[in-house]
Design a protein. Structure first.
Length: 320
């Protein structure tokens, strides 16, 4: 560690000790960390003087891909209210960050997406006004719309769809990969999308949805097939036994992806579900984002069945 860094740390400790017991001083510094309405700006340079930038980072701590996407969209709602321009940076605490650069970038958001407004990291390093996002900023937006971790009102879904439509675009490589993967399944057929979450949901993690049983999902799929002329079923699942059961129940109708890519696979599944004409699923952030993307494209599902068994209020903590 450099001498300057040691000096800064010693100065910080001495300053904290000096103000120990000074309640107003302590409250001020603690509020800086948690108050979502307190925005601090850094002047990194004299560039981009016409934009005040919000650097939106990942929440981390084991948050899944689409939990991060939904939190990011909520922070974008917050940013717009304050006239801030969003720039997204998912770093080392993002669950799907690789150890080595992907496509020439260490920013995991850019593995898959283009930056809103075409800004680059160099722009941020030269910007006149930059503030970093806080997780609490997304939380107050969620609370405003009176939603829990998984639920969405129609109003809130529309607001997040507006953010997705305005700011989120796949990069060229990811867009081509998804188009290539979807072309063999999606044709002129009417397709029912099904999302069945096994593996980790069965563990009963606290504050996660109560696992949907395979029998529940199959029963709802049969009802949908009776009411609508779906020619295909697209199944997004992380469980091999679910694929086998669906192929037995609906021979010749079931399609799914067999290859797996870390990070990319969940994004591809979400877009595939968004392209479907109908949807049967349990509570999940994958499904929430599929519905957001569907609406962001100006479409809606012909058939929508969300199986809600509630949320586990006890159980193991989910950690990675």
């Amino acid at each position: 560690m450099s001498e300057n860094k040691w000096k800064k740390r010693i100065h910080y400790v001495l300053k904290a000790a000096k103000h120990f017991g000074d309640e107003p001083y302590m409250d001020f510094f603690l509020e800086r960390e948690v108050n979502p309405l307190l925005l601090e700006f850094k002047q990194n340079g004299s560039g981009v003087p016409d934009k005040k930038v919000m650097l939106i980072r990942e929440n981390g701590n084991g948050w899944g891909f689409f939990a991060e996407v939904r939190a990011m969209l909520a922070k974008m709602v917050f940013a717009e209210r304050f006239g801030l321009t969003p720039y997204i940076e998912w770093g080392k605490t993002f669950l799907y960050t690789e150890k080595q650069p992907v496509n020439g970038t260490e920013n995991a958001f850019e593995y898959y997406f283009r930056q809103p407004n075409g800004m680059t990291k160099q722009d941020i390093l030269k910007s006149s006004y930059v503030t970093e996002s806080k997780s609490a900023q997304g939380v107050i937006i969620e609370r405003e719309f009176k939603k829990d971790t998984y639920g969405m009102t129609a109003e809130y879904q529309s607001k997040l769809a507006e953010m997705y439509r305005k700011y989120i675009y796949l990069n060229e490589k990811t867009e081509k990969m998804i188009q290539n993967d979807l072309k063999d399944i999606f044709d002129d057929s009417k397709i029912l999308g099904v999302h069945f979450r096994g593996t980790d949901y069965k563990a009963g993690y606290q504050n996660h949805p109560v696992a949907v049983q395979i029998e529940q999902t199959i029963a709802q799929v049969k009802k949908c097939l009776e009411k609508n002329a779906f020619q295909k079923i697209f199944l997004a699942t992380d469980e091999k036994s679910a694929v086998e059961r669906f192929e037995k129940e609906f021979p010749g109708k079931v399609f799914y992806f067999q290859d797996v890519y870390r990070g990319y696979e969940v994004l591809r599944d979400m877009y595939a579900l968004a392209f479907c004409d109908g949807l049967v699923a349990g509570l999940s952030q994958v499904v929430n984002c599929a519905r957001i993307v569907k609406e962001s494209s100006g479409e809606e599902y012909d058939t929508l069945c969300i199986i809600n068994n509630g949320i586990n209020i006890s159980g193991k903590q989910f950690t990675k």
